[in-house]
Write a protein that binds this ligand. Sequence first.
Ligand code: CNA
Length: 280
Amino acid sequence: VDESTPPQTLNVRSIEGIASYIKEGRAKKIVLMTGAGLSTAAGIPDFRSPDTGIYANLARLDLPYPEAVFDISYFRSNPLPFYTLAHELYPGQYKPTLSHYFLRLLSDKGLLLKLFTQNIDCLERAAGVPGDKIIEAHGSFARQRCIDCRTEYPDDLMKQAIQDREVPHCMRTECRGLVKPDIVFFGEALPEEFHHNCGLPGHADLAIIMGTSLSVRPFANLPGYCAQGVPRLLINSERVGGLGSRADDVLLLGDCDDGVRKLASALGWLPELEAIFKAH
Ligand code: CNA
């Protein structure tokens, strides 16, 4: 479908079209899908951006291949690169971006059906999106456990280990397995709650996809579950995941915060958004 194909649902296929669709009250069950690009403005590098992405900067960790840092079998043999990176990514040192507060605003206005995030930085929660609205598809740093006997490991000891760049081991002396945060590594299953909720995009009346390369499955399949005729808005620095292929897809290519500013402005919400952002 090229850009000139007339939309089925939107009045016009543009950011203004999306804004009037929301203002007319036709979007009451919005599904959000987010990734690392949402948090780069907070100072957290993403995976795949050339030069600034984590993969481009892993040389110093001496990995056989970049993804090894998040690979469960590599972790078993050498957990140190992950703990080096965890030291940099650990939540608490970063603040939510304007885009995170926009997600919160959608939730405050009662328009959010569910937020699916691939991020492990917990910034959606920090911005005030309620926990029961968030599906952390790739887990988070909120809890940690032994990879062998699954025994949970205390938060305070974990925090200390990450600060000291040390690899924590299971508290059970008969086990002493490696401890890992509940972040989903390559080779591991996604959390149950992802599988329970992954049909929700099929019930949404609008999808907004932000800051993701949509290159990790099954997360990358989510936009495809939206019904035909349901508008899908992509706010990202590049076109990804075949978005733009349906007549009601709108692409806002560029920086997330800039895109969000444009959308909030078209909605008449910009002063409110900036006020929440500045208050934190
Ligand atoms: P990715 O593959 O690195 O893709 C990021 C996407 O965002 C790319 O398409 C970029 O072009 C785009 N992008 C980067 N910065 C901006 C910006 N400011 N404005 C607009 N677009 C931007 O990351 P994905 O999330 O798609 O990959 C999935 C992985 C990354 C998940 O498993 C995450 O756990 C993992 N990750 C998370 C974090 C975090 O929690 N903040 C950081 C790094 C990696």
